[in-house]
Ligand binder design. Structure first.
Ligand code: PMP
Length: 390
């Protein structure tokens, strides 16, 4: 087996390869959380998050914890026992938010589709009409299936029927279009380790005035003190206005890393960044098609630009992931419980570029050929580069 080296390529749907500037920020001397340098970094990160999410007028939160904490905060702060929620279910992470709503005492109506597909807008609207939920949840990109949900249109339906719209942007924010304020998204949340380009460990959210008002109108306080918007709101406001404040110790180095990463995102500009992700995703698709592989998402418009979920061809199984790994590229296996063993996933977000496309398509092609699948790895690389240049 080839030894793993520090130059092996990490191509899973998070964590991702990080920019050296982000790693340098992470490795800086840990400061006090009331140090002027940290106050400035935290303030910039909060403002940067609002910009990346196009969330003018919303309150950003950055809290130590993974994306699941961000999901938990969205649910725990908005859902009280007996509240109804409609969950647009596109896979494993939609199941997770539904389970959280139930733990909060909420009553879930799933609007589901077959794995790899998404429910129609008519089905979602029918559920909204029937249930009149307090909350509509949408998984922007379900990382288990690589399915991209039409958030703008679904959020508009949620608003039309008076629901608070919660969007899981863990596998989308920073790489897929997400215009929080314009689209009427009340809570958008994510984690630091995917398209935001930082190490794992930070939960991020933007919360609309309407969602904060719903929180303020709760009958009972949020059971978890750490997850309560009420505890964190003054802290976030203080740091963004240039003053320190304490509720629980912030992850000083991770915030510095996120600050560095958001600076890179904003310097590239969201328009250019989204276009680059679309181009890279298209190149991967061209390469995979040339290798004779088919995507899991049922239709091209359902395919995310942050990862590809691809079915194994006949005669090839999950051992492929290990073979690709031996060729120096780490990709991920399947995750959706219903078809876990039938597909694999390649993450392509953050500072992903042409070299990553070429290396990854080549490694997958060579591993497929070694597994007995008839294909032309060189030809697939050529197709991928043609798509990059198109
Ligand atoms: N939602 C989605 C869409 C995700 O992809 C993930 C992580 N893969 C999560 C939620 C949970 O985030 P974390 O693993 O950071 O807790």
């Amino acid at each position: 087996m080839t030894p793993m080296t520090e130059r092996d390529l990490l191509m899973i749907p998070g964590p991702i390869e990080l920019e050296p500037a982000v790693l340098r920020a992470l490795a800086q001397k840990t400061t006090s959380h009331v140090d002027a340098r940290f106050i400035a970094a935290f303030g910039r990160a909060l403002a940067g998050l609002r910009q990346v999410a196009h969330a003018d007028g919303a309150q950003p939160f950055i809290i130590a914890g993974s994306g699941t904490l961000a999901m938990e905060m969205a649910v725990q702060n908005l859902v009280e026992p007996g509240d109804a929620a409609v969950v647009v279910n596109t896979g494993y992470f939609s199941d997770r938010i539904a389970a959280m709503v139930e733990r909060a005492g909420g009553v879930v109506t799933h609007v589901t589709a077959a794995p790899g597909d998404a429910p129609s807008e008519a089905e979602v609207e029918a559920a909204l009409v029937k249930v009149k939920p307090k909350v509509l949840t949408i998984t922007h990109v379900d990382t288990s299936t690589g399915v991209l949900a039409p958030v703008a249109r679904l959020a508009a339906l949620g608003k039309k029927h008076g629901a608070l719209v919660v969007v899981d942007g863990v596998c989308s924010l920073g790489a897929e279009e997400l215009r929080v304020t314009e689209w009427g998204v009340d809570v958008a949340f994510s984690g630091s380790q995917k398209a935001l380009g930082a190490p794992p460990g930070l939960a991020v959210l933007t919360v609309s005035p309407a969602a904060l008002a719903a929180h303020a109108a709760r009958k009972r306080p949020v059971a978890s003190m750490y997850a309560d918007f009420h505890e964190w709101l003054p802290i976030m406001k203080a740091y963004e206005s240039g003053a320190p404040s304490y509720f629980a110790t912030p992850a000083v180095n991770l915030v510095a890393a996120l600050d560095a990463s958001l600076a890179i995102l904003l310097a590239e500009g969201m328009t250019a960044r989204l276009a680059r992700h679309r181009r890279v995703a298209g190149a991967f698709r061209a390469g995979f098609t040339a290798l004779g592989l088919t995507p899991l998402p049922a239709r091209p418009e359902l395919a995310a630009h942050t990862l590809s979920a691809i079915r194994y061809p006949a005669g090839v199984d999950a051992a492929l992931v290990g073979r690709v790994r031996e060729l120096g590229v780490t990709v991920a296996g399947g995750l959706h419980p219903a078809l876990k063993a039938q597909y694999f996933r390649v993450g392509h977000m953050g500072s992903v570029g042409p070299a990553d496309v070429v290396a990854t398509v080549a490694a997958i092609g060579r591993a497929l050929a070694a597994a007995g699948h008839k294909c032309d790895p060189g030809g697939a690389v050529a197709e991928a580069t043609r798509a990059l240049d198109a």
